[in-house]
Design a protein around this ligand. Structure first.
Ligand code: ZN
Length: 230
């Protein structure tokens, strides 16, 4: 897992904050039980989060060379899924990624997409990684790999060029923005391997589709797992 001083400081800060302020559920803001679910949500909120239709994630990826795709939750603007996703992505809380990734791993297995040799996060560009200090997809991938008993390969895919933020673009521009933006690390051999690609949110699916295509061109059988489907 990529490691940075910034994420270490974030984790230490979160640890100190936990001593001063009890951890609160990101859904209902009630105090979390020390023996509750380890993903910043109480058991009741965790059960109540919206689920996508079973085939929705795969349908979103269209013609991409993907055998199966599973999203754990349906994105709920302003709701608990969004707060969890923001805490993971922008809140300096990469430590949330592992327990969330374990939940995703269990959903992948339940959805028949749990068979993987390698778990690969969608990489950030080096610039974005410096800005944020960690890759939230890599933190998730660690948890997914743990739940599935698979190997995590955090550096298997690389960004070959800078891309614009997908959120700033309309759908056709998003596809063009990420087309050819990924490459296999030099010397990586994925031929005949089952690779599970992990990202935090699938919005148009363009980023995951482009990354999946790169893996499939290397001979991998690709599945996709995401925390939420927008
Ligand atoms: Zn709650």
């Amino acid at each position: 897992m990529p490691f940075s001083l910034r994420s270490l400081i974030g984790d230490i800060g979160a640890g100190l904050a936990g001593l001063l302020y009890p951890a609160l559920c990101l859904g209902c803001e009630r105090r979390l039980a020390a023996d509750g679910p380890p993903a910043a949500l109480c058991a009741s909120c965790l059960r109540g989060l919206p689920r996508p239709e079973p085939d929705a994630a795969r349908a979103l990826l269209g013609a991409a060379p993907v055998e199966a795709a599973v999203a754990l939750w349906a994105f709920d603007a302003g709701g608990a899924v969004q707060r969890v996703q923001h805490a993971l992505k922008y809140g300096g809380r990469p430590s949330l990624g592992v327990p969330l990734g374990r939940l995703l791993g269990r959903a992948l297995r339940a959805g028949g997409a749990g068979g993987a040799d390698l778990v690969v996060p969608v990489p950030l560009s080096p610039t974005r990684l410096l800005e944020r200090g960690y890759n939230q997809a890599a933190a998730l991938a660690d948890g997914v790999a743990d739940a599935l008993g698979a190997e995590v390969a955090p550096d298997l895919l690389a960004r070959t060029r800078a891309t614009q933020r997908q959120a700033t673009l309309a759908r056709p521009a998003r596809v063009a923005n990420v087309e050819g933006a990924f490459a296999l690390r030099a010397g990586a051999d994925v031929a005949g391997r089952r690779v599970l690609l992990v990202d935090d949110v699938l919005t148009t699916g363009a980023t995951a589709a482009a990354a999946a295509r790169t893996l499939a061109e290397g001979g991998a059988a690709v599945s996709v797992g995401a925390l939420a489907l927008a």
